[in-house]
Design a binder for this molecule. Structure first.
Ligand SMILES: Cc1cc2nc3c(=O)[nH]c(=O)nc-3n(C[C@H](O)[C@H](O)[C@H](O)COP(=O)(O)OP(=O)(O)OC[C@H]3O[C@@H](n4cnc5c(N)ncnc54)[C@H](O)[C@@H]3O)c2cc1C
Length: 359
């Protein structure tokens, strides 16, 4: 979107045809809504009447019979990604922000003097001066141009399923449950319209390996052993399979640009290591990549040296929260007792602001 109306020839390729499924918790963070509304004046009016979303007013954290409540200041929603991403593609088409080809995947990218020669699954070959890889956790662009070793200490795994008929959910409240044996992992229950809910769990990959856990078993362990969760899910029906995908955490701090290319979102490993949120950071990095692309193309400079300013801009915006959240995730992993201490301290008004900041 950020590249529109600048006289550039823009091609958007996506391997999927929208609406397409995407394994996610479906909690669309305030950061995504804020940036989308600022960069496209038509996004707010198009999204406001959309019936397949719920406003998130608060999140409650549950542990050992205690509850912490966080009221959200920023406008945030739950909305199935199939629907949310479809709206974004519709906006792109409406704005005429470039040629959009759906159902066509990038299959290779080779450096040539004019930029990159790319080939696609439709058998097309074309040359581009600048390539932006926003193609997810298993990015073909990152694999071709910025290959990196997978580091399980900065990679999460996550599974989710949809449920119908959970009892006593407040539609505006998302819920998070901790389990004594499984800290810092947590189960989420995110209400969706029509009495549905997205229920899921995530964990650091190195922890899964160290503890020899199977994430699908962890999911059902949460569901079957936590009394509050059992009460909510009794009689509820699971719709479809439990599906999983990886979460490349921002704590990995990998290079996200090079000569003639930039990576954004999961391709750039930008998921929050504490909360598992990646939509807001994907939108933010896409926005910053578009800004950098416009400036660089105007100056005729898309060298690795010039595009480093994109890495710096993303780092300025996100590294502090990545570091803090990674630190607390590790601290809870090593000292799970800190979690019950935090829940107890929260009961003392002078300390609850501090606890809210830390969690
Ligand atoms: C179980 C689970 C729960 C999660 N819950 C949340 C949550 O509640 N809130 C949150 O903020 N984040 C959540 N996340 C993280 C979030 O889903 C991602 O961070 C976010 O989708 C990243 O957006 P993206 O655009 O970078 O990648 P994606 O959403 O994965 O989009 C990548 C796009 O690239 C296309 N593509 C892939 N390969 C190619 C190719 N070779 N050529 C062309 N196109 C290609 C795909 O079709 C896709 O449309 C969750 C993740 C998981 C796995």
């Amino acid at each position: 979107m950020g590249l529109r109306n600048n006289g550039l020839k823009v091609l958007v390729l996506d391997r999927a045809v929208f609406p397409r499924p995407k394994t996610c918790g479906d909690a669309v963070p305030g950061r995504a809504i804020k940036i989308l509304s600022a960069s496209d004046a038509g996004f707010g009016p198009a999204f406001a009447p959309f019936p397949k979303k719920l406003l998130t007013k608060r999140t409650t954290l549950h542990y050992g019979g205690r509850v912490l409540t966080f009221e959200w200041v920023r406008e945030a929603y739950t909305c199935a990604r199939t629907d949310f991403d479809h709206i974004l593609v519709q906006r792109l088409l409406h704005l005429g922000a470039g040629e959009v080809r759906q159902g066509e995947a990038l299959t290779s990218a080779t450096r040539v003097p004019a930029g990159f020669s790319i080939t696609t699954s439709a058998g097309n070959t074309m040359t581009t001066r600048l390539l932006i890889g926003a193609d997810g956790a298993k990015s073909a662009v990152a694999a071709a141009l910025a290959p990196r070793k997978s580091d399980r200490d900065h990679l999460g795994a996550s599974v989710r399923a949809y449920f119908d008929g959970l009892h006593g959910l407040d539609p505006y409240t998302t819920l998070v449950f901790f389990h004594k044996r499984l800290i810092p992992s947590y189960l989420w229950i995110f209400p969706l319209p029509n009495g549905r809910a997205n229920v899921g769990v995530g964990m650091l990959s190195s922890e899964l390996v160290r503890r020899r856990l199977n994430l699908k078993e962890v999911f059902y362990d949460f569901l079957n052993t936590l009394p509050e969760v059992r009460a909510l899910t009794a009689g509820a029906v699971q719709l479809g399979k439990l599906e999983g995908y990886s979460l490349p955490f921002g704590s990995a701090q990998v290079p996200i640009s090079g000569d003639g290319f930039m990576l954004a979102g999961d391709a750039a490993s930008l998921v929050d290591p504490g909360t598992g949120d990646g939509i807001g950071n994907a939108v933010l990095s896409g926005h910053l990549a578009a800004q950098t692309a416009l400036e660089g193309l105007k100056l005729g400079n898309t060298t690795a040296g010039y595009l480093m300013r994109y890495d710096h801009a993303v780092a300025r915006a996100l590294n502090r929260e990545f570091r803090t959240h990674y630190f607390f995730q590790k601290a809870l992993q090593r000292h799970p007792a800190l979690l019950s201490a935090a829940f107890r301290l929260y009961g003392f008004p002078p300390l609850n602001k501090l606890v809210k900041k830390l969690l």
